[in-house]
Design a protein around this ligand. Structure first.
Ligand code: TSB
Ligand code: ZN
Length: 676
C-alpha cells in the first residue's frame, strides 16, 4: 500500500509523516527519531492508514490468539515489519497501555522459569489481567509455597539474562505435531481453536523457551523490571470439572519497583481493611453455610450500625416529604411478568415457588410493589411528586463466584424510593435527590466518589426494554440534569437498568475497585406497563414518570463500605459500642455502674467490663475492638466524680469530670463528627 513499490509513509503522533523502506520496524523508526526513545520504547501502536478505525482487540482469550485483523489499530512488537502506510506511536513506561504487554511478557518469563525448574510441566495460557497476570500449568504434583519462591527467584535469572523475545512462524501441521508429541494438550487445543488449516502459527521464543502466542511482547526479558509471584489457585482446564485440574499461578508486574511497592502496600492496606476480616474480628456479621452463601447474618454489633444508618436515612427522607411504606418480599410471578422483570431480569431472580394455586417469586426489586401502592387510589397532580419509600428487602440470584461478604449478597435491604412525578418535575426531583446524596455522604464521611451515566447496550436486546425513543428521552433527561448541576461523569455502556438509564454514584475501595452505591433512574417504562395515571390540572388523565432512587444503597453494601472506609474504627455516632468502662479493681465496680447508667441515660452505647482481669488486659481488649473511648475509674476518679479517658488513636488524655465527658460525647454524636 506504499506510495511506490518500496516506500511506506509513517505518520507520527506530532503529525509529521516520514517515508521509510517497506518492512521498516518500529524500533528503526524510533532510532530515526531519537536513540533515547528507541531505548525507552516497549511496544508500538500501529494504525494502518487504509484501515477502518475499529479499536484494538482487547485481552480476552480469543483476542489473544485469534488471527490479527490487519486493518485494526493494534499493538505490535518493536521488531515487527511495517508493510503499509500507517500511523505509529511508540509506547514507553509512560503509557498505561504498555503495562498489559509488560505483564503478559512477565507471564512468559514465569513459564520459562517453571519449565526450567519443573520440565515435566505442561503449559496452558498466560494472559495479563487487571492487576497483573497468571499462567495456567498442568503438573501432577502441586506447587508448594517454596516452589513459588523458587519460581520467583528463577524469574529473576531469566530477566537478568535479558533474552530477546523473538517471533517465529511455524507451519500449523508441524506445530501441532510437535505439541502432540510433547503431550502439550492445551497448546494443541489453542492451535486447533485459534488457527486455520494451512496457516503458519505464531510462536514466541526467548532463549530456549517457546510458546504459542500472538504477542506482542516487550523487546526482551530484561524489560520486565518489577514483578512478583503472588498466589496459586486451582482451575479446571476449560472450566470443566471433568477435565484435569490446572495450577494457576498469579503474579503481578509493573513498570518500576516503586509502582510495584506502592501496589503491594495498597494490597496490605486493603487486607487490613477487608470488611470480611473485620466483620468477624469486630463481631459485625457472619455467613453460615447452613443458611447459604450470600445470605449474611447480622450480629448485634453490626445490626446496631445498620439500625443507626436506617434511622439516619429515614429521618432525612421524612424531612423531605417521603412517605414510608411496608410491602412484602414476594409476589406472584404475574406481577413480574407485567413489569418486565420476568423478560429482562429473569437470570437475577430466584426460581419461583410453585404453590397449589399460584406461582410466587422472591422480589428482586421493590418497584412493582410501590407501583401498586400508587395505584391504591386515584391520584391527582396535587399529589405529585409522590415519594414512596421503603427499606425494602429484596433477593437476587447473584452467581456464587461474585458474592463477597456484605458487599455483594443475595438478600439485601435497599434504601429505596420511587418518586412518581409529572415530566416537568423530573429536573427538580433529580436535583433534590442529588442534594440528599451529597448530604448523606458528607455525614457519613464519604468524600471520594464519581458519577457514571449508565446506558444500555443496544446490541443486547434481551437485557433491555426495546423502545429506542424511550431510551433516548431518558438519556437526554439525565444528561440535562447532570449538565445543569455541572457534574462531571463518565459513561458506562451496558450498565443501565432494563427499564431505563441510570445515574450511578461510584465509590472505590483501596485497590481502586469501583462499585455502585447511590443510583437515580428515570423510568418511562413501568408507568406504561402498569397504565399509571393522574388527573392533571386540565381535568384530563396523564401518565406520571417514575424516578427510582437509592441514597445509601443497600444496608449490606454501605456497611461493607463503611467498615473499610474507617478500617473498623467508626465515628462515634456509628460505633456499635461507643464507650468501654474499666473499673481499676472490684471495689470501683459500683462507681462504674453508676457511670454506665448515666451514660446510657444520655443515649450512649456502653459496655462495662467486670471480668476478673487486669485493668490493662481490659483496656487492650476494648482497644482491639476499636471502641472510641475507654474510661478507667479508680479511687481518684470516684472521689472526684471523674473518669480517666483513653481516646482511640490518641491514647491517655487524663481525667475529666463525667459531666464534661458527657457533653463532649453528646456533641460529637449530634454533629456526626468523624474525628474524636
Ligand atoms: C433504586 N429499582 C431500583 C431502585 O428503585 C433498583 O433496584 N436499582 S438497582 O438494581 O440498581 O439496585 C440498587 C442498588 O442496590 C445498587 O445501586 C447497588 O448499590 C445495590 N445492590 C445491587 N445489587 C446488590 C447486591 N447483590 N448486594 C448488595 N447490594 C446490591
Ligand atoms: Zn425501583
Amino acid at each position: 500500500m506504499g506510495n511506490s513499490e518500496d516506500l511506506i509513509r509513517v505518520k507520527l503522533p506530532d503529525g509529521t509523516v516520514r517515508e521509510f523502506a517497506c518492512g521498516v520496524t518500529p524500533r528503526e523508526v524510533a532510532e530515526s527519531i531519537s536513540p533515547r526513545l528507541a531505548a525507552a520504547a516497549l511496544v508500538a501502536r500501529v494504525r494502518p492508514a487504509a484501515g477502518d478505525e475499529c479499536p484494538a482487540a482487547s485481552g480476552d482469550e480469543a483476542a489473544m490468539y485469534a488471527a490479527e485483523n490487519p486493518h485494526a489499530e493494534r499493538l505490535v512488537d518493536l521488531s515487527a515489519a511495517l508493510k503499509e502506510d500507517a500511523s505509529l506511536q511508540l509506547l514507553t513506561d509512560k503509557d498505561a497501555d504498555a503495562l498489559p504487554v509488560v505483564r503478559h511478557s512477565a507471564a512468559h518469563v514465569m513459564a520459562t522459569a517453571v519449565l526450567e525448574l519443573f520440565p515435566e510441566t505442561k503449559l496452558g495460557h498466560g494472559p495479563a489481567t487487571e492487576s497483573g497476570f497468571f499462567y495456567d500449568f498442568y503438573r501432577q504434583t502441586p506447587f508448594t509455597p517454596d516452589d513459588l519462591q523458587a519460581i520467583e527467584a528463577k524469574m529473576g535469572e531469566v530477566v537478568a539474562r535479558d533474552e530477546k523475545f523473538v517471533r517465529e512462524w511455524e507451519p500449523r501441521e508441524e506445530a501441532l505435531a510437535r505439541f502432540q508429541a510433547d503431550g502439550d494438550f492445551m497448546k494443541v487445543h489453542f492451535v486447533e481453536r485459534f488457527t486455520q488449516n494451512g496457516e503458519a502459527v505464531s510462536l514466541y521464543r526467548n532463549g530456549a523457551f517457546v510458546d504459542f502466542c500472538r504477542g506482542p511482547h516487550v523487546p526482551s526479558t530484561g524489560r520486565v523490571k518489577a514483578f512478583k509471584v503472588m498466589s496459586l489457585s486451582g482451575a479446571y482446564w476449560l472450566g470443566n470439572e471433568k477435565n484435569p485440574q490446572l495450577q494457576r499461578i498469579y503474579g503481578t508486574a509493573f513498570f518500576s519497583k516503586k509502582d510495584l511497592d506502592d501496589y503491594l502496600e495498597r494490597l496490605e492496606e486493603a487486607k487490613r481493611r477487608d470488611h470480611r476480616v473485620l466483620g468477624k474480628q469486630l463481631e459485625l456479621f457472619t455467613v453460615s453455610e447452613d443458611v447459604g452463601s450470600g445470605l449474611p447474618l447480622w450480629l448485634p454489633k453490626g445490626a446496631t450500625i445498620r439500625r443507626i444508618l436506617e434511622e439516619y436515612i429515614l429521618e432525612r427522607e421524612r424531612e423531605l416529604g417521603y412517605q414510608h411504606v411496608y410491602t412484602p418480599s414476594l409476589a406472584k410471578v404475574d406481577l413480574y411478568i407485567r413489569s418486565g422483570h420476568w423478560a429482562h431480569y429473569h437470570e437475577d431472580m430466584f426460581p419461583p415457588m410453585d404453590l397449589d394455586t399460584e406461582e410466587m417469586v422472591l422480589r428482586p426489586m421493590n418497584c412493582p410493589h410501590h407501583i401498586l401502592v400508587y395505584e391504591s387510589k386515584p391520584r391527582s397532580y396535587r399529589d405529585l411528586p409522590l415519594k414512596l419509600a421503603e427499606l425494602g428487602t429484596m433477593y437476587r440470584y447473584e452467581r456464587s463466584g461474585v458474592l463477597s461478604g456484605l458487599s455483594r449478597v443475595r438478600c439485601m435491604t435497599l434504601n429505596d424510593a420511587h418518586i412518581f412525578c409529572t415530566p416537568d418535575q423530573i429536573k427538580e426531583e433529580f436535583s433534590n435527590v442529588m442534594k440528599l446524596v451529597e448530604r448523606a455522604y458528607r455525614d457519613l464521611g464519604i468524600t471520594d466518589y464519581s458519577y457514571r451515566l449508565s446506558l444500555r447496550d443496544p446490541a443486547n436486546k434481551e437485557k433491555y426494554v426495546d423502545n429506542d425513543e424511550m431510551w433516548a428521552l431518558g438519556e437526554r433527561v439525565l444528561r440535562e440534569a447532570l449538565d445543569g448541576l455541572g457534574l462531571p461523569y463518565k459513561e458506562g455502556k451496558g450498565e443501565a437498568a432494563f427499564y431505563g438509564p441510570k445515574l450511578d454514584i461510584q465509590l472505590a475501595d483501596v485497590m481502586g475497585h469501583e462499585e455502585t452505591y447511590s443510583t437515580i433512574q428515570v423510568d418511562f417504562h413501568l408507568p406504561n406497563q402498569f397504565d399509571l395515571k393522574y388527573t392533571g390540572a386540565d381535568g384530563k388523565l396523564h401518565r406520571p414518570v417514575m424516578i427510582h432512587r437509592a441514597i445509601i444503597s443497600t444496608m449490606e453494601r454501605m456497611v461493607a463500605y463503611l467498615i473499610e472506609r474507617f478500617a473498623g474504627a467508626f465515628p462515634l455516632w456509628l460505633a456499635p459500642v461507643q464507650v468501654g468502662l474499666v473499673p481499676i479493681s472490684e471495689r470501683h465496680q459500683g462507681y462504674a455502674e453508676k457511670v454506665q447508667s448515666e451514660l446510657q441515660n444520655a443515649g450512649l452505647r456502653v459496655e462495662l467490663d467486670i471480668r476478673n482481669e487486669k485493668m490493662n488486659a481490659k483496656i487492650r481488649d476494648f482497644t482491639l475492638q476499636k471502641i472510641p473511648y475507654v474510661l478507667v475509674m479508680g479511687d481518684k476518679e470516684e472521689a472526684a466524680g471523674a473518669v480517666s479517658v483513653r481516646t482511640r488513636g490518641k491514647g491517655d488524655e487524663g481525667s475529666i469530670s463525667l459531666s464534661k465527658f458527657l457533653v463532649k460525647a453528646k456533641g460529637l454524636v449530634a454533629d456526626r463528627s468523624i474525628e474524636l
